[in-house]
Design a protein around this ligand. Structure first.
Ligand code: SF4
Ligand code: SF4
Length: 189
């Protein structure tokens, strides 16, 4: 299915396009707020997934794309696992992230999009995340090359970071997925 993303908001706000991208039916949320109660970043972001959903239900438009949670969400899916209606709020927030990029929304959380794109780039190149390459690319892009370098030896010693890239059997399949998603992006309007 091709989802067309317009660069402007219609009279219905973002609700329909978010439902299309995420596959989530927003109408079944009854605002019990269990998702927000379990969200590890809701306090920091000053908004929880239940509020995002409520605002979508009420017809919020592009202004929602500036919410801190759009870029601070960890995709941990705690919200999803706590929801009595099985609403995947993480997918809803992912959809808002896509829209924020396409519609060039304000990005309130500094280098989070850069980290996000470096993460995806390493997955595309190596078939799964490769922390060392991701961190180097992030540091170069953000101009923070010397930050936290003192932690590097201990991380290596404790096996928290590998020097060599991962060996992944399905690497070509992952590359194909990325290629397809790029073609799809080309059809986004
Ligand atoms: S837990 Fe589910 S039903 Fe409750 S507010 Fe969150 S999304 Fe809505
Ligand atoms: S997936 Fe995002 S919104 Fe859901 S609980 Fe985790 S951080 Fe919060």
């Amino acid at each position: 299915m091709t989802v067309k993303i317009s660069k402007t908001t219609t009279g219905h706000g973002l609700r329909h396009i978010v439902e299309e991208i995420s596959g989530v039916d927003l109408s079944i949320c009854y605002q019990c707020r269990k998702c927000t109660a379990g969200c590890p970043v809701a306090t920091l972001a000053k908004v929880g997934p239940s509020e995002i959903i409520r605002r979508l239900q009420l017809g919020a438009g592009n202004e929602l794309l500036d919410s801190g949670l759009v870029w601070m969400c960890l995709s941990c899916e705690t919200c999803f696992s706590r929801c009595p209606m099985q609403i995947n709020s993480a997918a809803v927030i992912d959809a808002l992230r896509v829209l924020a990029v396409v519609r060039k929304a304000t990005v309130p959380q500094g280098n989070v999009p850069l980290m996000n794109s470096m993460f995806l780039k390493t997955v595309e190149t190596f078939g799964r995340t490769y922390d060392l390459a991701m961190i180097m690319a992030y540091k170069l892009g953000s101009g923070t090359i010397m930050n936290d370098t003192n932690k590097f030896p201990a991380m290596l010693q404790k096996g928290k970071m590998a020097i060599l890239p991962p060996s992944v059997a399905g690497r070509k399949a992952v590359m194909r997925i990325f290629r397809k998603s790029q073609q799809h992006k080309g059809s986004v309007k």
